[in-house]
Structure formats: C-alpha cells, structure tokens
Design a protein around this ligand. Structure first.
Ligand code: ATP
Ligand code: DP6
Length: 312
C-alpha cells in the first residue's frame, strides 16, 4: 500500500436498544453456540432510553483488533466477540469510497483489523441486558462497515453467538427467539411478532433498584441452573411452550390483563428456578420485593389491575 492508502480509516456507527424478556430465556443446551432450552419473548425498548452506541473503524494501520467499552479498553480474547467478528467477516462484501479513493475487496476484510468503541447510556452488567444491546449493536455496526447484505434473521443468529438475548434486540417491537432444533444452531434465531407501533400506548417503567454489577452473571448463573436445578427441565419442557402460545395471543390482541399475568408468572418462575439452583442465585433485593408487594396491593384495591411488575 502507498503511504496515503495506509493512512485511511473507514468507520460506521450504530445504536441498538436493550430488550426486556416477558417469557424468559434461562439455560443453554449448547454453551459454545448459545442455544437455549426454551423459546423466549421480549419487548425491545425505545433506543432513546436504554441503548448501546457503537462505532467500528477499520484501517490498514491497525495491527490488531481492539475494543473499548464505556471508554475503557477490554480484552477481545473472549470467544463471543471473536465469533461475532468471524461470522461478519465471512459475509463481508466489496466496499468502495470513491471520493477518498478507498477500495476494499471482500477478501481484504480477513486481514483488516478493527477498533471498536461502545457506550451504554445505562448501567452495564447490572441486569438491564447490556449484553443484549451491546452485541446486537456490534453485529449490526460491523455488518454496516463491511457491507454485509444478510437479512435480519441471519444477523440475529450471529448476535446470538455474542449473547443469547442479543438476537432479540435486532428487531423493534415484540420479538420471539425461536430456540430451534438443529445442533448447528442454524434455526435458532429471532423473529419479529409485531412492530413498535402495534401497542404504542403500552408504558414501560424501569425502576433501577441497584446499578451495582450483579454478583452472578447470566452466563454463569444459567450454567449452574442447568447443572443443578430439577425445576428447570419442568419449566422448559412443560410450562414455557404453552405460555409462549398464550403470550403471542395476548400481544396480538393487546390484551393487557393476560399479557401482564403471564409476564409476572414467568418472571416469578425464572426467579424460582434461580432459587432452585445450587448454590442459590438471588437477583432480587429488598427494594424489588417491596415494589412487587406494592404493585400487588395496588392491583387488588383498584378494581381492574393496571400495573404489573417484571423483575429482571
Ligand atoms: N455496549 C456493549 N458492547 C459490547 N459488549 C457489551 C456492551 N455492553 C456490555 N457488553 C458485554 O456484556 C457483558 C455484560 O453482560 P451480563 O449478561 O453480565 O449483564 P447484563 O447483560 O447487563 O444483564 P442481563 O443479561 O442479566 O440482563 C459485559 O461484560 C460485556 O462483555
Ligand atoms: C434473565 C435474562 O435477561 C437472561 C439473559 O441472559 P444473557 O443473554 O445475558 O446470557 P448469555 O446468553 O449467556 O449472554 C432473560 C432474558 O433476557 O430472556
């Protein structure tokens, strides 16, 4: 490369919101590929409030791939970042910036290194699905930089390999992650059930009861659950399949009462499965318990229930 060519930097920026599961994903049947033991359904939040913003840059001047999260450099050695990078690089296409005289052939992307900078506008690793927004954004933005032409289903399947819940943040509105059957994970991806305009008078209030990092990450927590909880198999095989159907129906009909009842029941069962894990996992604190009691009292004294809780 000439000196001028060696100086160029090509960038792309994207933003992805987090999502809150109303039928929870908890437990993997394949750890490396991130394949779940049950389907899950979530609602994607408005990007103005809880989202990740990621800028990716590529340049022949970069000797290695590097990443900064909220301004601090983090190791890219983890298999999850590498899987996302590898899968997007495989699908990269030619890119041309005529004005700047930059031409990148699809095979050049294998040798070009990237620098990634991402910011979350909410607490990271505190139970607000930062990994969901983060990996969805990473995959989307790398895809934009490398001119990847895959449909959203394919992108969601790549984001899944960064963090399971990330596959749902590729879409807005209500989203279902179909667990899939195949061992290679090719049918484990998200589909949009309805877009964000379908239920636009639904109000979601997020009460951050603690912004401290969780004591048990989702990844290690669900690994312990799979290994030790007898309740998990019952939940995944007997309870969730029926709930998924009822939840899809409630969302389609904007039936708040059924939607909320199912959401609370599923959240409670998720926390029960955590308690059934050895050693037990506690994600709720006294404030979460007080909020739940308050909401239950309110609903029982006001006629038609109006408010529901979903501890996450
Ligand atoms: N913006 C981001 N870009 C890329 N990766 C991110 C980003 N934000 C978070 N992550 C990754 O996600 C990890 C945190 O995920 P973890 O599952 O522990 O917490 P959480 O997603 O906030 O909570 P939960 O999934 O239980 O709701 C971080 O350590 C980091 O590896
Ligand atoms: C409780 C949950 O939020 C768990 C999310 O777990 P992650 O997607 O963060 O786990 P990994 O796949 O190991 O990265 C439920 C959900 O979002 O469905």
């Amino acid at each position: 490369a000439t000196e001028a060519q060696a100086q160029w930097v090509l960038t792309a920026t994207g933003r992805s919101p987090t999502n809150i599961a109303v039928i929870k994903y908890w437990g993997k049947r394949d750890e490396a590929l991130i394949l779940p033991v049950n389907d899950s359904i979530s609602v994607t939040l408005d990007p103005d409030h809880l989202s990740a913003t990621t800028t990716v840059a590529a340049s022949p001047a970069f000797p290695s791939d590097r990443m900064w999260l909220n301004g601090k450099e983090i190791a890219l050695s983890g298999g999850r970042f590498q899987s996302c990078l590898r899968e997007i690089r495989k699908r990269a296409r030619d890119v041309e910036d005529e004005k700047r005289g930059i031409k990148i052939k699809k095979e050049d992307w294998e040798k070009l290194h990237v620098h990634i900078a991402s910011y979350n506008n909410f607490p990271t690793a505190a139970g607000l699905a930062s990994s969901a927004a983060g990996f969805a954004c990473l995959v989307f933005t790398l895809g934009k930089l490398m001119n990847v032409n895959e449909d959203y289903g394919e992108l969601s399947s790549i984001a899944r390999q960064g963090s399971g819940s990330a596959c749902r943040s590729i879409y807005g509105g209500f989203v279902k992650w179909c667990m899939g059957k195949s061992d290679d994970g090719s049918d484990s991806m998200a589909v949009q059930l309805v877009d964000e305009s379908h239920w636009d008078d639904l109000v979601i209030i997020i009460a951050v009861v603690s912004s401290k990092q969780k004591e048990t990450s989702s990844t290690s927590g669900m690994r312990d659950t799979v290994e030790t909880s007898p309740l998990l198999q019952y939940r995944a095989q007997t309870v969730v399949p029926g709930r998924i159907l009822k939840m899809e129906e409630a969302i389609k009909n904007r039936d708040f009462e059924s939607f909320a009842r199912l959401t609370c029941a599923d959240s409670n069962q998720f926390h029960a499965v955590c308690l059934d894990t050895s050693p037990p996992i506690f994600y709720m604190n006294d404030t979460s318990h007080r909020i739940i009691s308050l909401v239950e009292k309110w609903n029982h004294s006001e006629g038609t229930p109006q408010v529901y809780f979903v501890p996450v």
